[in-house]
Design a protein around this ligand. Structure first.
Ligand code: NAD
Length: 316
């Protein structure tokens, strides 16, 4: 049983790799390191179950087919993606080529070896939550950026292989994920960016009025969810959300992190048309199907991230 993790050197990917190795699974990683560092996997260098780390691109169809055939991949957890919303607005072609065409290459290779494919989607495909109702898997879809459009297109393509070709497919939609190893620049997440700015004594910049809300999931809870769903037969053919089940506005988040309102400033949103004003996850399907529950409260997760950022900065 060999699991291929695409994007395995990335933020969520390296935690998925960690969980798989803890569970004594054999793992292969492919990543082109366009948004990550090979050092993210240093902790596992000596682990004999980490069979190979292939520095290559999912747009390279031949290499993908070679990996599936050579290593007899049983499951592919597909995380590799162009994840930057702003970049997708400026260069929709990159979102399409990596997120749609790249997924097509994975599906085609998996079809030849009848491997399971676990697609990591995103909550950004949804329309905003209604005032009192959290977002379940049947909530309205409204892709507001080429990033979201390419992610929902990849999901639908995968489902066509499930319904039309009988390929085992699982689609997972984590909500905003944060924690150690997330980038602290604009390609990272808002919590990492805020913590880094606070540590540098700089002002936390909020795009727009800050009333937009997010449901933040700690990365190890996210990795447990992904690995659990990848191993559960009941998840095949399903879309499953993961989040805490409660949201916080970006204004409240900034106050929680900065602890001083003078350290917060509002700036003009650079893509207001792509903003989703309320995101809160209904995670009951994950709870029922997988017996999964997020374990890490927001405050505790932020503390873990802050500790990691301080250690990482010291080690530079
Ligand atoms: N971070 C979040 O809040 C979040 C939430 C929901 C879903 N997701 C999804 O989870 C996945 C991982 O996101 P992340 O936050 O860890 O981002 P990330 O950028 O850290 O991880 C993506 C990885 O894919 C690699 N990659 C990019 N293009 C590639 C290509 N053409 N070939 C090979 N490798 C390539 C990058 O180098 C990176 O290591 C993505 O599919 C993203 O859409 C993320």
């Amino acid at each position: 049983m060999v699991v291929l993790v695409t994007g395995g050197a990335g933020f969520i990917g390296r935690w998925v790799v960690k969980k798989l190795l803890q569970d004594k699974k054999k793992v292969i990683v492919i990543d082109n390191l366009s948004n990550s560092r090979i050092e993210n996997l240093d902790e596992f260098k000596e682990n004999e179950n980490l069979i190979d780390i292939i520095i290559d691109d999912i747009r390279n169809r031949a290499i993908i087919e070679n990996i599936f055939g050579k290593f007899k991949i049983s499951t592919c957890i597909h995380l590799a993606a162009q994840i930057d919303v702003q970049e997708s607005i400026e260069h929709p072609d990159r979102a399409f080529e990596i997120n749609v065409l790249g997924t097509y290459h994975i599906l085609e290779a998996a079809r030849k070896t009848n491997s399971k494919v676990v697609i990591i989607g995103t909550c950004l495909v949804y329309d905003m939550a209604d005032t009192k109702v959290a977002i379940s898997e049947t909530h309205r879809i409204k892709p507001r950026s080429p990033y979201a459009g390419s992610k929902i297109a990849a999901e639908e393509l995968a489902f066509s292989y499930y319904y039309g070709l009988g390929l085992p497919i699982v689609v997972l939609r984590p909500f905003n994920t944060y924690g150690p190893f997330q980038k602290t620049n604009m390609e990272g997440g808002v919590i990492s960016i805020f913590v880094k700015l606070k540590n540098k004594g700089e002002k936390l910049k909020i795009f727009g009025d800050g009333t937009q809300t997010r449901d933040f999931l700690y990365v190890e809870d996210c990795a447990d969810f992904i690995v659990g769903a990848s191993e559960n037969e009941n998840c095949i053919g399903e879309v499953i959300n993961a989040g805490m089940g409660n949201d916080i506005s970006i204004n409240e988040l900034a106050k929680l992190i900065a602890d001083d309102e003078n350290l917060i400033k509002h700036v003009k949103h650079h893509h207001p048309q792509s903003e989703i004003m309320k995101l809160v996850c209904d995670n009951s399907k994950a709870k029922n199907l997988l017996n999964w529950e997020p374990k890490t409260p927001l405050k505790e997760g932020i503390q873990k991230l802050e500790n990691w950022i301080m250690k990482f900065e010291r080690g530079k």
